[in-house]
Design a protein around this ligand. Structure first.
Ligand code: GLU
Length: 493
């Protein structure tokens, strides 16, 4: 049987470092064994999917050289590779699972579930579904469903005993069934959840090995039940340790740059990023730190994966990147720098922005330095303004970041619309409102047109710069965040 692995990202945000990390191991293992690496888009969460996210995934994986053998854009024998195009397949499989008793319809209302959860938490118990609808007679449940009564479909989970399995990284794992929730497999909108769609697809796509983040290890028992109910063989699982910050805390989108694009836009080379990711949770013989992808593909063996949480340290990555930069030939370096700074339409855009504002060539470069360069160092003084207190500026920046997080199409016009609307809601004059944003992204109060700048800088750099500006203004305490959360809800609801 041929080895088949997969990456199954959800197109809900900016492609995450964790996706590149998982792709790297899945692809290496498949190709090393003469097998296939598949890209499947898990887009069943209709509320969180973002239109531009899928193409961003294709784009960054290609930039990294992590291309796939089958996928939504290139097809393959097990397509379609986008879950939203496979709904009929899930429906058919769910009918089988219901008929075999592996799943049941649950008609509990949101109010009942909220009350159940409240009582469980109050009693200090793990919050999970209490199994009320297990007692509904299956024939009656079918009738109620046929009448259109709103409901979900849940997984039947044993009440006693333990789920035991062998994880390729951690070895023996035991999870008591009492800790496993009767997971919703089909939501009330008829869409499957990750657990059901992913399991059915892994089987139908012939996946033999899965390298995925440790955050999924507690889902394994649920997935195992689904496999067992269908009588399918389960792929071998390897749960990769989560990336950590130098202080050992988990890397999270809220605090760190976790998007691949951020590293690309800061000018890291794909070689160093891949090399560095390959040292996260895996090690070369003799712990060698610098190696090429050819060497990695030749030497990779899952035996040397370790469950210890690896530290992703941008300083270390920068050091490694420097080594790679110095190894490039001058020709190659020139080509790479040019492509990074001016590739695609960037050169045309920059030229058209600066020519109107320049009299001599030496005016040109200082005008674009904040777009091409990273690291804008800011202090509170930079935010002094006659109408806005520092705390107002901080609030504006925090809300700007929230609003920008919702913008689907990252272009000048949608950015303008979003911020203009926010300024209106916050009742701050647009010109004053934009002042801290100018400072945050450029370190100055006047720049090239702001919305063109935001578009050119791209989402990740903008988000991180605004976040650093908030830090320069003293950061946001937990108490302040709670207050801001409340204020934000009243603004946007
Ligand atoms: N769609 C899941 C994610 O985005 C896939 C997890 C898995 O690899 O099973 O993380």
């Amino acid at each position: 049987m041929s080895v088949r692995t997969r990456l199954a990202p959800s197109p809900t945000g900016d492609p995450h470092l964790g996706s590149a990390y998982a792709a790297l191991f899945n692809r290496a293992f498949a190709h090393q064994n003469g097998g296939e690496f598949i890209l499947r888009i898990e887009d069943t969460d209709q509320t969180r999917n973002r239109a531009e996210s899928e193409s961003a995934i294709f784009d960054v994986l290609r930039w990294l050289g992590l291309d796939w053998d089958e996928g939504p854009d290139i097809g393959g024998e097990c397509g379609p590779y986008r879950q939203s195009e496979r709904l009929a397949i899930y429906k058919e499989h769910m009918e089988q699972l219901l008929a075999s008793g592996g799943a049941f319809r649950c008609f509990c209302t949101k109010e009942r579930l909220d009350e159940m959860r409240r009582q469980q938490i109050q009693a200090g118990k793990t919050s999970k579904y209490d199994g009320k609808c297990l007692t509904v007679d299956p024939a009656e449940a079918e009738e109620r469903a046929a009448r259109g009564e709103p409901h979900v479909i849940r997984l039947r989970v044993p009440e006693e005993g333990e789920c035991r399995f062998v994880d390729g990284v951690r070895g023996d794992v035991t999870i008591p069934w009492s800790q496993v929730d009767m997971q919703v497999l089909i939501k009330s909108d008829g869409f499957p959840t990750y657990h059901f769609a992913s399991t059915v697809d892994d089987h139908l796509m012939g996946i033999t090995h899965i390298f995925r983040g440790e955050e999924w290890i507690n889902s394994f028992p649920k997935h195992q039940l689904i496999y067992q109910n269908f009588g399918w063989d389960m792929p071998k699982h390897y749960h990769l340790p989560l990336l950590r910050n130098p202080d050992q805390s988990k890397m999270s989108k809220r605090k760190n740059a976790t998007s691949i694009n951020y590293y690309r836009r800061c000018g890291f080379l794909r070689e160093s990023l891949l090399n560095y990711l390959a040292t996260m949770g895996w090690s070369m013989p003799e712990e060698r730190e610098k190696f090429s992808m050819d060497e990695f593909y030749a030497d990779f063996t899952p035996n040397r994966l370790s469950p210890r949480g690896p530290v992703f340290d941008i300083e270390k990555l920068s050091w490694l990147n420097g080594l790679y930069i110095r190894e490039l030939s001058s020709e190659e370096l020139k080509a790479r720098v040019f492509d990074w700074a001016f590739g695609g339409e960037r050169l045309d855009r920059l030229v058209s922005l600066v020519r109107e504002r320049s009299e001599r060539f030496d005016d040109l470069f200082p005008k674009v330095d904040y777009i091409l360069g990273d690291r804008v160092d800011l202090t509170e003084q930079d935010f002094e303004h006659k109408k806005l207190e520092l705390s107002d500026s901080k609030k504006v920046l925090e809300f700007v970041n929230r609003a920008l997080g919702e913008v689907e199409q990252w272009n000048r016009d949608s950015l303008y619309e979003s911020l203009n609307q926010l300024a209106g809601l916050m009742n701050v004059k647009f010109k004053d409102f934009l002042f801290p944003v100018f400072v945050a992204i450029s370190g100055r109060s006047v720049t090239l047109p702001l919305f063109d700048s935001l578009e050119l800088l791209e989402r990740d750099i903008v988000t991180i710069r605004i976040r650093s500006a908030i830090e320069a203004l003293g950061g946001i305490s937990n108490k302040e965040r709670k207050r801001l959360d409340k204020e934000w809800r009243t603004l946007v609801d």
